[in-house]
Design a protein around this ligand. Structure first.
Ligand code: AMP
Length: 420
């Protein structure tokens, strides 16, 4: 039986917004989650970005708060990053455009003045990062006593970023009697512990078996010996394949900047970079121009890219393999979204093969290895880079077996890292 939005008994305002957004049928997560939320249950939703999870919690919540009321928020959505915060707020404004509900986004990395001015006009639905919420709350800019719905989005990321103490403080200042909704891409033991802390008899809803990548993404790995060869392969792929919109993922800001500078020579005007050191406006502009297809290549680090809603991405390139396997799922979640197909290409050096194996364990499938194309020049591995990789392999082995002494360490026990 396939569900229809009509089954949910939303109001006219929401149906008009759904029609404008051209959502024809509910996605699986929406089909499963919306009735439980409407019925007032606490809900744990295990769903990746790209599954329609945001609308799954926003639509029933907007239905419940219905219209403008008083000065203080009645719904609080907590998100780990400012990007996600902005994106959820945009989504909420879109879905609530025929209501008179007031939405407010509170996030750090930017001054408080505009946010305080917005608070003075009153709000119904607040979307916030934990730190900025608490700062403005403690400074007395709003009351939290009318919050009846708490939504925590990307709970696993919240944990990774060490937000638990702040969430606990927030739980102390909002009413005990409320509905709690928690969304997470993965359901790790830590997420489970967090849910046990504050959800009451939650309904646990998983849209796909845990950590299964969206089925519409085709995945492949190229073994590449070193950084310089990765650059050659990237050049080759950008030139020969028809990549409409590509996100290139790296681990660090340093590599992000290097890669951006390198690619910007050939692809000037078509490429942007986002990472944690870029200021808020630069990050927003980079995402906006990519979304509007003014630029077609985005270089990004995991922390910043997590949760950003960019649809229509044709390719994700993992220039570096993420150390945390779950990040791989988030990365490839950028492509193959909302029923479109996508491709993920991973560049993997000797040390990163271990990480690919961990990812394969997590996603419960093998990712095919392809041969390096003949036209791609293989560069020599520099001494420092080779040392860095050997050390990384040693560290991986040590993690698996703490008694492992290491096949490689320099005499003084110090190793200089190269690119990795
Ligand atoms: P999310 O997983 O919330 O980040 O949503 C991913 C994308 O799917 C967003 O661009 C949504 O606007 C879109 N989306 C959400 N619900 C639907 C739906 N029922 N039909 C088509 N697209 C949707």
């Amino acid at each position: 039986m396939s569900a229809s939005f009509e089954d949910f008994n939303f109001n006219k305002q929401l149906y008009s917004a759904i029609a404008d957004a051209a959502y024809e049928t509910p996605t699986p997560v929406q089909e499963k989650v919306i009735p439980s939320i409407m019925a007032g249950h606490d809900v744990i939703g295990i769903a990746q970005t790209g599954t329609g999870k945001t609308a799954a919690y926003l639509l029933p919540t907007l239905m419940k708060v219905k219209y403008l009321q008083g000065m203080n928020p009645r719904v609080l959505v907590l998100a780990p990053t400012r990007e996600l915060c902005i994106q959820i707020a945009e989504h909420a404004v879109n879905l609530g455009k025929y209501t008179d509900l007031r939405f407010i986004a509170l996030y750090g990395g930017t001054g408080t003045k505009a946010q305080i001015q917005a608070l003075e006009k009153g709000s119904d639905v607040m979307i916030a990062t934990p730190g900025r919420f608490m700062d403005l709350y403690l400074a007395g800019h709003f009351h939290a006593k009318e919050i009846r719905t708490l939504i925590i989005d990307e709970a696993d990321k919240m944990l990774d970023m060490g937000f638990v103490p702040q969430i606990r403080k927030i739980l102390e200042v909002i009413p005990r009697k409320r509905q709690n909704l928690l969304f997470s891409a993965t359901f790790s033991a830590r997420v489970e512990k967090l849910t046990a802390e504050f959800l009451e008899f939650p309904m646990k809803i998983e849209v796909s078996p845990q950590a299964t990548p969206v089925e519409t993404v085709s995945q492949q790995v190229y073994p590449v010996p070193n950084y310089a060869t990765k650059i050659n392969l990237l050049d080759y792929i950008l030139e020969t394949e028809k990549l409409e919109k590509v996100i290139i993922f790296v681990r660090t800001k340093k590599v992000a900047n290097e890669l951006y500078n390198n690619l910007n020579k050939k692809h000037k005007g078509k490429i942007k970079v986002i990472h944690g050191n870029k200021d808020q406006n630069t990050r927003i502009n980079a995402v906006e121009s990519f979304k509007n297809s003014e630029t077609s290549i985005l270089v990004a680090t995991d922390v910043v890219a997590r949760g950003i809603d960019i649809s229509d991405v044709s390719h994700v390139i993992n220039f570096e393999i993420p150390v945390v396997p779950e990040d791989y799922i988030h990365r490839i979640g950028r492509t193959g979204r909302a029923l479109k197909s996508g491709t993920s290409i991973s560049f993997c050096n000797e040390a990163e093969k271990f990480l690919i194996a961990k990812i394969e364990e997590l996603i419960k499938m093998k990712i095919p290895y392809l041969d390096l194309p003949l036209d791609v020049d293989k560069e020599k591995t520099s001494f420092t880079e080779s040392q860095g990789m050997k050390l990384e392999i040693d560290n991986q082995k040590k993690r698996l077996d703490p008694t492992f002494k290491g096949g490689f360490h320099d005499k003084k026990g110090r190793v200089k890292y190269g690119k990795y």
